[in-house]
Structure formats: structure tokens, C-alpha cells
Design a protein around this ligand. Structure first.
Ligand code: NDP
Ligand code: 8X3
Length: 252
């Protein structure tokens, strides 16, 4: 029997890379994507000992690249059962009035348009499977406001609501949909957010024992491997060191 295939966006780093390693161990065929082709090639070399791997460099913001990747899939990789919509980023954490408009546009184009591009392009394939999963990486920032989150959190709120709406459309079909909402997690995410500033990266994670990409990969694998009659609608996960703060009241 053909292996089930998982399609992962943003597999060059962090959650996506750990998820590729996880599914390779579980006997899936892998389609790994991202913009950094050299990293994809290296990961494909590593994982092809365990599983069939196809890699394609693509930018999720560009629908023609997404469509080309899908149209050029080799036959053994067409049986896509799991889509992990993981590619995404935050840029900056200053207050809204200090933020760059170009950063806002990049976050919307990647986290919203990119995720929508990949989902739309893969739905015809996912619909043909008796059992399929779309696992969307939202964030705790979708659910909770915090200073400096502005467009990042709003883009992830889109992901969470889009997931619920897809879930409504596909209720009773083979397609399950999940919004996965992690909190503080150690990855290149914070290097990207702080424009490569290692000191800021260190400050974010020090003494926090944050979630690791492998933690999230295992959760993604668990969601995908639920029996066909179970849909995990949403799942918020934080390290034990993280929790909510009080509402702030500004005395005037
Ligand atoms: P990383 O920065 O480690 O990984 C992000 C991945 O997204 C990279 O593989 C990157 O690949 C890819 N990516 C970014 N932009 C594009 C693009 N335009 N086209 C294709 N791929 C792209 O971050 P994480 O692994 O931590 O984050 C993964 C997801 O999880 C993101 O959506 C993030 O918002 C979300 N998340 C992260 C949390 C955290 O604290 N780390 C917490 C909650 C959610 P490349 O640069 O090669 O294209
Ligand atoms: C990333 C988690 O806390 O930086 O999605 O918003 S946080």
C-alpha cells in the first residue's frame, strides 16, 4: 500500500523541520518545502534513509510557485493525507506606531495569504483521501493580546478562525482541521523577529525552559494520527513557565 504523505511548509527550521523528522520516523512519505533550498536538500539527504522525501523550494506568498510545486509532484507523493501549514513569521515587537508598514505587509502576505494559497491549492487532493488532516500553525497570539503583537497576533487570529470555518465546511467529510496555538517556543522564530539580534533572542528564552520544536512536532503527529472520527478543533499549548497576566489598568 502507498505510504500516506505529509506536506509541510516551512520545513527548513524550527517546528517544520522537527515535524519532518517526526513523520519520517512514523513511516510517512514527506514533501518538504521552504525558501532555503540548501537546507531542504540537506534535510532530504538526512531523512531519505528513513522515508521517501521530495523537496521543493517555494515561497508560500507566490501562488504560481505553490501551484508549480504541486503540479510537479512525482507520482508516489500525490497521496497527500496531512497538510501542515507551518510557514510563518513575526517581524518586530515594538508598539504599532514604531512598526514598519513593510513588516506588517510581509506578515500578512506570509501568515495569511501564504497559508490560504497552500490550502486552496491542496484541497482538491485532500478531498480525495478517506482521511485527511489540515494542521494550521496559529499561536497563543491569536487568542490573547499583548503589546507588540498587533499584526502578528491578528494574522494568527485569521489562521484560527479560518481553521474553524474550514472545519464547518468539511464537517462530516474525511477532512479534519486543527488550529494549533503554541506559546513560547525556542526556534529561529525569535531571530527572525528581532532581525538576527542574538542578545534579544537569548533574553527571550533565558530561564524559561520554553517549548522545543520536537514538542510541537509530537503534538502535530498526535493530531494527525487520531482515528478518522476525531477532530481536534484547536489546541493551545504553553510551557509551564508561561501563563496569562492580569488585565492592565492605566491610572490617569
Ligand atoms: P522558524 O523561524 O524556525 O521557522 C519558520 C519557517 O517558515 C522556516 O522554515 C521558513 O523557511 C518558513 N517561511 C517563512 N516565510 C516563508 C515564506 N514566505 N515561504 C515559505 N516558507 C517560509 O519558526 P517556528 O518554527 O518557530 O515557527 C513555525 C510557525 O509556528 C510559524 O507560523 C510561527 O508563526 C508559528 N509559531 C511559532 C511560535 C514560536 O514561539 N516559535 C509560537 C507559536 C506559533 P524559509 O526561511 O527557508 O522560507
Ligand atoms: C509566537 C508566540 O508568544 O511570541 O507565536 O506570540 S508569541
Amino acid at each position: 500500500m502507498a505510504r500516506p504523505t505529509v506536506f509541510i511548509t516551512g520545513a527548513t527550521s524550527g517546528f517544520g523541520l522537527a515535524t519532518a523528522r517526526y513523520f519520517a520516523q512514523e513511516g510517512y512519505a514527506l514533501i518538504i518545502t521552504g525558501r532555503r533550498e540548501e537546507r531542504l536538500r540537506k534535510l532530504a539527504d538526512e531523512l531519505s534513509q528513513l522515508a521517501p522525501v521530495h523537496f521543493a523550494a517555494m515561497d508560500v506568498r507566490h501562488i504560481e510557485q505553490v501551484q508549480q510545486t504541486i503540479s510537479e509532484l512525482p507520482l508516489p507523493f500525490k497521496n497527500i493525507e496531512v497538510l501542515v501549514n507551518n510557514a510563518g513569521l513575526a517581524l518586530g515587537a515594538s508598539s504599532a506606531d514604531q512598526a514598519k508598514l513593510s513588516d506588517w505587509h510581509t506578515m500578512i502576505e506570509t501568515n495569511v495569504t501564504g497559508l490560504v494559497n497552500v490550502t486552496h491549492a491542496l484541497l482538491p487532493i485532500l478531498k480525495q483521501q478517506p482521511k485527511a488532516s489540515i494542521i494550521n500553525l496559529a499561536s497563543i497570539a491569536a487568542n490573547w493580546a499583548y503589546p507588540g503583537s498587533h499584526v502578528y497576533g491578528a494574522s494568527k487570529a485569521f489562521v484560527a478562525q479560518f481553521s474553524r470555518n474550514l472545519r464547518s465546511d468539511f464537517a462530516g467529510t474525511g477532512i479534519r482541521v486543527t488550529s494549533l496555538e503554541p506559546g513560547l517556543s525556542e526556534s529561529e522564530f525569535s531571530l527572525v523577529r528581532f532581525n538576527g539580534d542574538q542578545a534579544k533572542y537569548n533574553a527571550i528564552y533565558e530561564q524559561t525552559n520554553p517549548l522545543q520544536p520536537e514538542d510541537i512536532a509530537e503534538i502535530i503527529g498526535w493530531i494527525a494520527q487520531q482515528p478518522a472520527h476525531i477532530n481536534i478543533n484547536s489546541l493551545e499549548v504553553m510551557p509551564t513557565s508561561q501563563a496569562w497576566d492580569n488585565f492592565k489598568v492605566i491610572k490617569q
